[in-house]
Design a protein around this ligand. Sequence first.
Ligand code: EPZ
Length: 420
Amino acid sequence: MGKFRIRGGRRLEGDIRVIGAKNAILPILAAVILTRKTVVLYDFPRLADVENMLLILQSIGCQVKREGTTLIVDPSNVNSWVIPDRHVKEIRSSIVMLGAVLARMKKAKITYPGGCEIGQRPINLHLHGLRQLGVIIDESHGYLECEAANMVGADIHLDYPSVGATENIMLAATCAKGRTIIRNAAKEPEIIDLQNFINSMGGKVHGAGSNTIIIDGVDSFHETEYTVIPDRIVAGTYLMAAAITGSELVVHNVNLEHIQSIVTKLRESGCMITPYKGTDAGAVKIKAPQRLWAIEHTKTYPYPGFPTDMQALLMSVLTVAKGTSIITENIFENRFKHVPELIRMGANIRTEGKIAVIQGVPVLKGAEVSASDLRGGAALVIAGLKAEGETIVDNIHHIERGYENLDLCLRSIGADIERI
Ligand code: EPZ
């Protein structure tokens, strides 16, 4: 298993660029099989989760070619409706293939995606929505065997604005007869990106970004070229790195609208964050104080609330802030696995159910720590940038699911970090 060695205490400086959003790319890769024509996608990071999705596309008959950060997919010869188990076990978010395979092949077979480190990750809302479209789903022997010969548009209300359920229903509904309405839909920017991608191929989806999405089924799709939105969580990660090290940094390729809740919290802790004039459209400049103020209470909520994916990263920053901060994790039931590792580095954190109380300490000490999930692992790297001495983060394969060459990126702005 790979490890990162970080020597903390250094200021960061300079410019860094954010690449395409993992959580926009994954559903868009599923949507690619809606068309039989060639699809060209730009600004594609090399991430383990993306590579796994490409393996899934190839396993059902797609041709995939990568030229740098450009991806060319030919989905004309999709010839299977069975998603291989080994890939679903690798990334549970491959469940979003279900809606797309049903739309294309009118049937699908996929193993039940297990839970993961951060929670049980049920898919009841996905299945409830698909059944309302007329999909017959047999859930036995750990598989979902689905028939979707005659999908008909439906008026679907989600009990919870699930990102994955919204995406799966949206994908299936693109080929259902008539109109589908998804109420209490997820409003994340990645849902808007999926809508825009589907429409760029000739789909008829609108309302994404609001809590009501309308999909009118179409018979066919054409070719498209598309650039995915920047990754708001990677952008947030770089801002947190600057905040914890008291640095000044310019982060490029950022959609300021998508990171409003993150910027608000960092300003509350004493950082100055302003749109950066002079270059590409979206760039922000952060100037962090030597010591941050504690943030009284942060609660994670569906977008546009503070994102659960930023919870661990904010917690790392708050471990050295002046005062006591509280974080409530409302989305996932087991997303505090970074807490014992931060405590090993000298943090003063107490958790009680979904609440964490962080008493700021003046310094963190380097230690050997373990990543156990994607964002929790990134949070340990951020803490290591601040900690005195050397921090070793192991199990970095978790981190590589969502960050491309995080060590090289942070080194390019002055961090002392290397892969060992
Ligand atoms: C997506 O996961 C993201 N993954 C997650 O990012 C992100 O944390 C999450 O949305 C919330 O923003 C991708 O986009 C690939 P949900 P998803 O369905 O779709 C419950 C990362 O770090 N729920 O909105 O699985 C569920 O248990 C990952 O990049 C049901 O009860 O999120 C959870 O408590 C981690 N039944 C809550 O909803 C269902 O059928 C949020 O889940 C579906 C979900």
